[in-house]
Design a protein. Structure first.
Lengths: 79, 462
């Protein structure tokens, strides 16, 4: 899977989990750019991504992700 | 030495003069010595507790950096919790506070600022551990991070990663910082002296004699007390942030127009931000991570424990536990009913929906503030139950009330226009004539309509 496909799949997960069908994400997008992505919904998004890509994030990985680009880096490193 | 005393302004002015007269390398050491002197003036021999906390926490950080073993982190957390328990919780649990006056155990008081600097120490250690970097600040930098006098007594709770780089960065005299800091201090003094202190006699009379009042008077006193706490604590934060700015340091914003919150969760993102973001990062997120497989039950567990800790952080009293639980329930309900609430608000015109949600949150917080004020659950229930009764409206000194309301009109009016921008920045963007008109109004108002019923701040007790 190339990075663009991964980005597209993460976008679908975020749209579905946060119920924001119109949201568009880019490598530089951060949680604060996306309506509804706050500390309460953060883990829901992460769990959905883990389930989709069949992997587990460590706590350190989860808190050190600063934007979608670093999220994609972490997913890539686990595949 | 309260932050609203003339003595503090003299102390601040003297430290500032010497600070900029010294070579840049010596400045952090002056700040450190001044901070310890400030704490000794305020707390006497409890300076020993601060120094003990700094020394042990620093040694534990060094130990972690050398060995990289989690045990150092665990010991650090346990040490800080033990220190907090010894001074804050054990005396209440074992009833030392109700012993006869003068007895040794009764004299164990809480060192002011203990909750704040202990949380800073735990946050610093956890940041070290989670970052994986084996680099610890120098002893002087770490000591100043733990002792910096503007924030030492009641926050904002600083983070090492934003504070310590400022210590090592050369602090040159900056005119803009001086203007901005002075504006912030003036604004804080106005909120404390004109609003909080003018409301204090009214809330004191009503809550101390709650058996004499019912209905609208109790409801009004609860609202007045909530506004008093807000003005009192945000005034302290303004003076702390402003004082730090004079030395070229930037502290975390502690309030972001909390009265504009449209949900309890939103309120906690705007109120005492340095504490709410601390518990979010170091407690809520790790708990949520551990319980993520439980779905909604995991979110509920993490939320409830987090708010329980926020409640208990305020002190060892069942009223504070109930305060935390109530806010936890409200926040949990909000996170589980997002869609339902969105539909409900969408069915109303937007402006009405906004005002209504704002009003509901305001009344909930004002009602729960009764718990912060009450000495026991029995007293809180007695006060709340009297809201249902009716008695003539008691307003106390109408003059003080008018002074407080005129202050509130100015502060809330400016809050409405400025939005989330810090007040000093907002004032700085206004035309020169308007800025100076505001300064003159504030300076005249302080002695004219201000009062100083208490130099202390409510949050000193926490």
């Amino acid at each position: 899977m190339n990075r663009q496909q991964m980005l597209s799949q993460v976008e679908d997960i975020i749209r579905h989990t946060l119920k924001q069908p119109d949201v568009c994400i880019f490598e530089q997008t951060t949680a604060s750019d996306i309506p509804g992505w706050d500390s309460l919904s953060h883990m829901t998004v992460m769990v959905a991504i883990e389930a989709h890509f069949n992997m587990k994030f460590s706590f350190m990985e989860m808190i050190s992700m600063s934007d979608i680009g670093s999220l994609l880096d972490t997913i890539s490193s686990k595949q | 030495m309260s932050l609203v005393s003339v003595l503090y302004l003299i102390f601040l002015g003297m430290v500032l003069l010497v600070y900029y007269a010294l070579p840049q390398k010596a400045r952090p050491y002056l700040l450190l010595l001044s901070s310890w002197a400030f704490y000794a003036i305020n707390q006497g021999y409890y300076l020993f507790v601060l120094l003990l906390s700094i020394s042990i926490n620093y040694l534990l950080c060094r130990g972690w950096a050398k060995h990289g073993n989690r045990a150092w982190v665990a010991v650090s957390i346990l040490f800080n919790l033990a220190l907090l328990s010894f001074f804050k919780y054990l005396p209440a649990i074992f009833g030392f506070t109700s012993l006869p006056d003068g007895s040794l155990l009764q004299q164990i008081a809480i060192p002011i600022g203990l909750s704040f600097f202990s949380f800073q120490a735990m946050g610093y250690m956890l940041d070290l551990h989670w970052s994986g970097k084996r680099q610890v600040a120098s002893m002087a930098q770490y000591s100043l991070f733990m002792s910096f006098f503007p924030q030492l007594l009641a926050g904002p709770i600083a983070r090492g990663k934003s504070f310590i780089p400022q210590v090592s960065k050369a602090s040159c005299f900056n005119y803009a910082d001086m203007v901005s800091g002075s504006r912030r201090i003036l604004w804080g003094l106005f909120k404390k002296v004109v609003i909080a202190s003018n409301l204090s006699p009214y809330t004191d009379v009503v809550f101390q004699n709650y058996n004499d009042h019912q209905g609208i008077t109790i409801a009004l006193a609860a609202i007045a007390y909530f506004i008093q706490i807000y003005m009192d604590f945000s005034a302290y934060s303004d003076i702390a942030i402003g004082s730090a700015r004079l030395f070229g340091y930037r502290l975390m914003e502690n309030f972001r127009v909390p009265l504009s919150a449209k949900s309890v969760t939103d309120f906690w993102r705007r109120w005492h931000i340095s504490l709410s973001s601390w518990v979010r990062d170091y407690l809520f997120l790790p708990l949520q991570y551990q319980t993520r497989a439980w779905g909604k039950a995991g979110l509920t567990t993490a939320t409830m424990i987090t708010f329980l800790v926020i409640g208990v952080w305020h002190g060892a009293n069942w009223t504070l536990v109930i305060f935390g639980v109530l806010h936890g329930i409200a926040s949990t309900w909000e996170s589980h009913s997002k869609e339902l609430r969105a539909k409900l608000w969408q069915s109303l015109p937007k402006r009405i929906g906004n005002v209504l949600s704002n009003l509901i949150v305001f009344l909930f917080i004002a009602a729960s503030a009764i718990l912060l004020r009450s000495a026991s659950i029995g007293e809180a229930i007695a006060i709340i139950s009297r809201i249902a009764g009716s008695s003539p409206l008691y307003l106390g000194s109408k003059q003080l009330l008018v002074f407080a309301i005129s202050g509130m009109l100015l502060v809330f009016g400016i809050d409405t226009f400025k939005g989330d921008i810090p007040i000093d920045e907002y004032i700085g963007k206004q035309p020169k004539a308007l800025r100076w008109a505001l300064y003159i109004c504030l300076i005249i108002a302080l002695p004219l309509i201000g009062s100083l019923s208490s130099e202390n701040f409510i949050y000193y007790q926490y």
